[in-house]
Write a protein that binds this ligand. Structure first.
Ligand code: CMC
Length: 391
């Protein structure tokens, strides 16, 4: 009707109809394709969940095997990718590296941009699921100075990710069930979260018919920020500084409440969850279990629990319905697994990959129009150009 309403941050604007993820922020419910996140985290594996999100149903054994085989067949990248990785300084933030490498995949697979059928889509889907873990592992290995090599395709998807990251030359890599299960669970819990910032980015970029890899590269950039996926790194850095500061949580609570202080309690608050984040509950329990099983006593876990307790009893947080989110405890598990802090958001991207793919695929199958919001212009109306010498 020509009337434009402004909704900064899209707080009350729906951008699409979607059948992928159901989220009830008041009740703290999260379901992928109708299955509760609690049940999936307990009983499914990450690749089954990826299939579920992308294709809408849990795979049969046969479908699961074929999916895994098709992904394995794609789990190799062009050798020239190594040249790109080597051109980055070792100090580069891994999110910048992984976003660039994902974008570069289009250069090595130009046909992936042409999406004329479901079969074309499927090819891009298995390609990115096969190649992305290699890029993640190589980003990490380059950072820590390990040779860039491949994993072992006879292993399960998540098991192979760990091997690709951590195996060392001249040393037998021993798989740890604790780490495999912990990573499987974390990846499942991150796999989709409806129209968040990065997913909306993937859909908007994809709506111009840019290819899947370019769309996902844009999603990775959106995820990087500390208000979104980058919060997991920011949480750990915050907990570390509280520890260095003598564990004075009260001081940081005051800072978080002070409107003149830019400090926020990282890992707290959510645009949609106004009761609790169901993922945070599962991850908090997993943090206790994983660290316990690995025999690690990490003092920052106690600091995190202390902060949570204080916040849940503080009227500032209670009134604003601010609760721990998915990023509050995940970094403590990643750290226990030996993953460096600046790789945490890359691990989030690895988990979110199936969700981005599913949302991109849904958007393309529904032939959604190009994403193109309007604005209300508030600038000068009309001005005459003045040559530079007369200004
Ligand atoms: N610490 C202190 N105050 C906060 C916090 C926080 N973490 N989060 C929100 N508030 C306050 C905010 O200042 C505002 O107060 P007031 O009404 O007095 O102005 C009120 O709560 C509402 O916050 P908002 O910023 O308007 O809410 P939003 O929906 O725009 O932002 C958020 C949501 C997640 C960006 C925000 O809560 C935040 O910055 N949290 C910390 C960063 C974080 O943990 N991000 C991860 C989000 S979950 C996973 C993901 O997306 O990857």
């Amino acid at each position: 009707n020509g009337v434009i309403t402004i909704d900064p941050g899209f707080k009350n604007t729906g951008s699409c109809e979607s059948a992928i993820t159901f989220l009830d922020g008041e009740k703290g419910i999260l379901r992928y394709r109708g299955y509760s996140i609690e049940e999936l985290a307990e009983k499914a594996d990450f690749l089954e969940v990826a299939y579920l999100l992308i294709f809408g149903h849990l795979p049969t054994k046969e479908q699961n095997d074929k999916f895994h085989d098709d992904i394995k067949a794609q789990s190799i990248v062009d050798e020239d990718i190594k040249k790109i990785i080597e051109a980055f300084p070792k100090s580069a933030h891994p999110m910048g590296v992984i976003s660039s490498l994902t974008s570069a995949l289009t250069a090595f697979n130009p046909s992936s941009v042409n999406v004329n059928s479901e079969e074309d889509m499927y090819k891009s889907v298995v390609k990115i699921l096969g190649k992305f873990p290699v890029l993640v592992a190589w980003t990490y290995r380059r950072k820590v100075g390990l040779p860039l090599d491949y994993g072992d395709n006879s292993l399960g998807y998540v098991e192979n990710i760990l091997k690709m990251m951590f195996s060392q030359p001249n040393a037998c890599y021993v798989q740890s069930e604790i780490l495999i299960n912990a990573l499987d669970k974390l990846l499942i819990l991150h796999a989709d979260h409806e129209q968040n910032c990065s997913t909306s980015t993937v859909r908007v970029v994809g709506s111009s018919h840019a290819g899947l890899f370019a769309s996902i590269s844009a999603g990775i950039s959106a995820l990087w920020g500390p208000l979104h996926g980058g919060a997991n790194q920011a949480v750990l850095e915050m907990l570390e500084s509280i520890k260095l500061d003598g564990g004075d949580t009260k001081k940081y609570m005051l800072k978080a409440k002070d409107k003149n202080d830019p400090f926020r309690l990282m890992g707290f608050g959510h645009r949609v969850y106004k009761n609790f984040d169901p993922r945070a509950r599962i991850i908090k329990k997993a943090a206790d279990e994983v660290l316990g099983n690995l025999g690690i006593q990490d003092p920052i876990l106690d600091i995190a629990k202390g902060l949570e307790k204080e916040a849940l009893e503080d009227s500032y947080f209670v009134d604003r319905k601010l609760y721990p989110n998915v990023d509050f405890y995940s970094g403590i598990i990643y750290r226990g697994m030996g993953i460096p802090t600046d790789m945490f958001t890359v691990m989030f991207a690895l988990g979110r990959l199936p969700g981005w793919i599913a949302q991109w695929r849904e958007m393309r199958l529904k032939k959604e129009p190009i994403g193109r919001p309007r604005q209300i212009y508030i600038g000068e109306t009309e001005r005459k150009f003045v040559p530079v010498e007369n200004r």
